[in-house]
Design a protein around this ligand. Structure first.
Ligand code: G6P
Length: 616
């Protein structure tokens, strides 16, 4: 949460910093600010609210300078007022700091610094960093930062500049992400990759415990004790244009429409139709290692947890090995019983979610092998993992995850096939059929997107409802959960996902003529248990109908029975049971999007949320 952007070079820093902040605004949008240095003086502008307010302020009170820092805030300590907006300064306004994360011991530090004569002007934890640096500053910024770091506790990423050690940005990380970019005569730092893409694709992800000193065209890396480290750059293959809206009104809509391509990219080079194999060579595990896994533990947060839950159904069905699923925030604070030969799969789009990373470290300490499924090359999760399976969704900017989810499900399905093959639980014929079906997914996704106009009509009749229920069974239950999450995230409508069979144990009491109930009621005609589940869900539909509930169903194309039983029917192409979730979720994403638009909500920047949750 919170976005940091810094620039140093020979160009005018303010427009570059503002452009960088624009692509980081998804991380927080309570307030924003920028500080630059010119002729040895710090200039600073801050205001509450979105970046557009800051732009307005800069139009009437311009700033100039060729190095500086900007920040877009998601408030943790201190209200989202102008005074609490970053950047923060020391007593003499010579040192400037922007920060993402939490300084846990800030109150103790603040008391100590105040008694030493430092004057604080904000309620934030960040301000202590500026005063601590001031305390230790004797002309060299990185040396003062190293001293300050010895006293800071918590999880943080920050950047600092000083008018008295000019032409230098010092940035450090112990928790939230910090990415550095370098081009001839210039240097950049940002909280995430998309902000750097207009300038460079060669980026350096700071490790926890690292400091980068950025000067025009020169970067030095060191640990928190000041010991120099080797630079470790990654090449990002994302196209800068991918991080723009490309004619769509919102990033979320663009990303929903990108799903055929995102899934197709995630499959490229990984399906060997000749040998009936999934090729997960890039993960880096040997066949012996793959065979050694007798249990799987899936960990994720938010939408990534939903894909983990669907992954459980996939792996248990195809590989016949036991799977447990955990929220990162739960796993890290419970006392799990270690199981030998467990593969822990951490699922995280950003690769930087604090709870997922903490759970990953815990699983590693428990002796589990770690595979991470992530969308961001070089992110922290990749450096804590034994193997990496990259989804190739491209940059996801909308706060509500869409294309990342579809690619995570695709990756988990391939993982299930791989485990099924090495454990001998799938025949070559079954593998071959699964692989060729995977190749049809992008086309089927395109067909599902054609439902958008119909969904808009449905949205018009339902957008005034105050509550929604989403129901499904089997692998379709996680999709019901995801449908409910999408709706509540961006439209602020109360929505609950439930296993359809559990309705009679409580939620039935909620049904009346005002309650829309969304059923995921697809079926795989070749699979007897899918048939049985389908029959049961049809019964659930009738139960809701007899109590006057409003029925919206996502079913299989041509299913007259479901169409007749429902008030609204959204058909997806027929598929095998475990691949249907990738198709079913799309109408639910579009439904949430269309309803949120009708309610006038800010889809890409929903209130109180942020895309990258780098604090607990
Ligand atoms: C936030 C985002 C969600 C995302 C979750 C986990 O809550 O708003 O869209 O699913 O974090 O993020 P991750 O990057 O770990 O998948």
């Amino acid at each position: 949460m919170c976005g940091i952007f810094g620039y140093i070079g020979n160009r005018d820093a303010v427009p570059i910093v503002l452009e960088g902040l624009k692509s980081l605004e998804y991380r927080g949008y309570d307030s924003a600010g920028v500080a630059v240095v010119k002729n040895g003086e710090v200039g600073l502008r801050r205001c509450s609210g979105k970046l557009s307010n800051l732009k307005g302020l800069l139009a009437s009170q311009p700033l100039e300078g060729n190095y500086g820092l900007g920040h877009t805030r998601w408030a943790t300590h201190g209200r989202p007022t102008e005074e609490n907006a970053h950047p923060h300064r020391d007593c003499k306004s010579r040192i400037v700091v922007v920060h993402n994360g939490i300084i846990e011991n800030y109150l103790t530090l603040k008391r100590g610094l105040t008694s030493e004569g430092h004057q604080f002007t904000t309620e934030t934890d960040t301000e202590v960093i500026a005063h601590l640096i001031e305390k230790y500053f004797d002309g060299n910024l990185e040396s003062a930062v190293i001293e300050a770091l010895k006293e800071l506790r918590g999880l943080f990423a920050f950047s600092a500049i000083s008018a008295d050690d000019p032409q230098k940005i010092v940035t450090g990380r112990d928790g939230p992400p910090s990415v550095v970019g370098r081009v001839e005569g210039e240097g950049f730092v940002a909280s995430d990759v998309p902000a750097l893409l207009p300038h460079t694709r060669d980026v350096l992800f700071l490790d926890d415990g690292e400091i980068a000193v950025i000067e025009p065209g020169r970067i030095r890396l060191m640990d928190f004790s000041g010991k120099e480290r080797e630079l470790h750059f990654n090449r990002i293959t994302w196209d800068p244009v991918q991080a723009e809206k490309g004619g769509f009104k919102h990033f979320m809509l663009k990303e929903i429409y990108e799903q055929p391509t995102a899934v197709s990219e995630t499959l490229v080079g990984r399906l060997s139709l000749d040998s009936n194999e999934v090729r997960l060579d890039d993960v880096g595990f040997s066949v012996e290692e793959w065979r050694s896994f007798k249990n799987v533990c899936l960990i994720g947060c938010g939408t990534s947890w939903h894909s983990g839950l669907a992954g459980k159904y996939m792996i248990e069905s195809l590989a016949r090995i036991p799977v447990q699923v955990d929220y990162g925030s739960e796993f890290r604070y419970r006392n799990p019983v270690p199981q030998p030969d467990t593969l822990c799969v951490v699922i995280t789009q950003s690769g930087e979610t604090a709870d997922a990373l903490a759970a990953q470290r815990k699983a590693r300490d428990m002796g589990m092998k770690i595979l991470t499924i992530t969308n961001v090359v070089g992110s922290m999760t990749t450096r804590l993992a034994d193997g990496v399976l990259h989804t190739r969704a491209g940059p996801e900017i909308g706060v509500a995850s869409t294309k990342a989810f579809a690619t995570q499900l695709t990756a988990l399905y391939m993982l299930a096939l791989q485990l099924g093959r090495v454990h001998g639980s799938m025949t070559l014929e079954q593998l071959g059929a699964a692989l060729s079906e995977l190749t049809t997914l992008p086309h089927k996704l395109e067909k599902v997107l054609e439902l958008d106009a119909r969904i808009e009509t449905v949205a018009k009749s339902l957008f005034r409802s105050n509550d929604f229920l989403f129901l499904g069974r089997g692998v379709h239950f996680p999709i019901a959960l995801e449908g409910a999450l999408k709706l509540k995230e961006i439209s602020y409508i109360h929505a609950e996902g439930y296993p359809a069979g559990e309705m009679k144990h409580g939620p039935n009491a909620l049904i009346d003529g005002n309650l829309p109930v969304v059923f995921v009621v697809t079926q795989d005609k070749d699979l007897p248990e899918s048939q049985q589940r389908y029959e049961k869900v049809l019964n659930n539909i009738r139960e809701v109908k007899s109590r006057d509930g409003i029925i919206l169903s996502v079913g299989i194309e041509g299913d007259e029975e479901v169409a007749e039983a429902s008030d609204h029917y959204l058909p997806v192409p027929a598929s095998s049971d475990l691949l249907l979730p990738i198709l079913e979720v799309v109408p639910l994403q579009l439904l949430a999007y269309r309803i949120a638009i009708l309610r006038g909500c800010d889809v890409d920047q929903p209130r109180n949320l942020a895309k990258s949750v780098t604090v607990e």
